[in-house]
Design a protein around this ligand. Sequence first.
Ligand SMILES: NC(=O)c1ccc[n+]([C@@H]2O[C@H](COP(=O)([O-])OP(=O)(O)OC[C@H]3O[C@@H](n4cnc5c(N)ncnc54)[C@H](O)[C@@H]3O)[C@@H](O)[C@H]2O)c1
Length: 324
Amino acid sequence: MNILITGACGFVGFSIANKLLKSKKFRIYGIDNVNSYYSKKLKNKRLDVLKKNKNFFFYKRDINAYKDILNEYKDIHFDIICHFAAQAGVRYTVINPNSYLHSNVKGFKNFCKFVKFKKPKKFIFASSSSVYGDLKIYPVRETNRLKPKNLYAKTKKFNEEYVKNYFKKTKIKCIGLRLFTIYGEWGRPDMLIFKYIKSNLDKKNFSLNSNGQHYRDFTYINDVSSIVENLLYLKIKKSYEIFNICSNKPIKILDVIKKINKWNNTFKFKAKSSKILNKIEVTKTHGDNRRVLKLLKKFKYTNFDKALYNTIKWYFDKNINKIT
Ligand SMILES: NC(=O)c1ccc[n+]([C@@H]2O[C@H](COP(=O)([O-])OP(=O)(O)OC[C@H]3O[C@@H](n4cnc5c(N)ncnc54)[C@H](O)[C@@H]3O)[C@@H](O)[C@H]2O)c1
């Protein structure tokens, strides 16, 4: 089976590609422009892992390069296309809003044009829990209304609506994944766990917004990869499906910080509490995961403490501090 994965050097794209390659059932074609939103060294380290497998083929390109991508893959049929290349992150919307328009709007549309031309059986793409905004109805269900609060969330809502219309008259089954805060080995350095560890190792201040009283539905990357692997095989009835990909177990940020402190014996970590919650961020994410679980039938999520331990251990074992 041939699978194309965009964002293959990113956290999610890489982790899924790596898992699928280990199963030895797929040829994985990866695309990524290896941009500098965060450490290119980390992205290249991920790429080195994938390149060790003879069933992995990489094409360094921006998803906007429609003609180049079409030409590169003119003789290859893809059974499934997974789209994870995007400008991620909420806070960066204030710093560089154009990158969201470039990758999540223009790039997304250009890439969809490519997908339509290649006619895979399935098109799986990343949306985000942020499309719900501060709904205050928990756990949020896929049928709830969407109230995006920032530019990132708006681009993700746009992606969902665009796919729903653009592929309407095709036979391509489209699956949108509303991903909730993902963490784990090979994770993003701009997200809570590694950001907190790094700023402490570098002896910099770490500011904990809203005194750490906000909640996130932390979802372990290995669980996300397993769910996506299952979705490759499962029969999807509708032409367009959307799934919350979450653990349905929100955790208070302050508790996560305490757990990190507990797992770490080497350093004494500190966080400076601040009352302020960034206006563009939501106070709580908590998703209902019954829709995807109904399809998967049997699925067991990894215990948070165990997964957090794996995550921190990986960070120190690989000396990630030195390259991020
Ligand atoms: N990680 C999470 O917690 C989370 C939560 C919700 C949604 N998501 C979504 O999941 C997807 C993957 O997220 P991630 O955490 O792996 O992010 P990431 O930044 O680690 O990975 C994205 C990858 O896409 C590449 N990329 C970006 N713009 C590109 C472009 N124009 N052309 C080609 N490549 C490009 C980047 O170089 C990067 O390697 C994104 O769509 C993100 O919005 C992630």
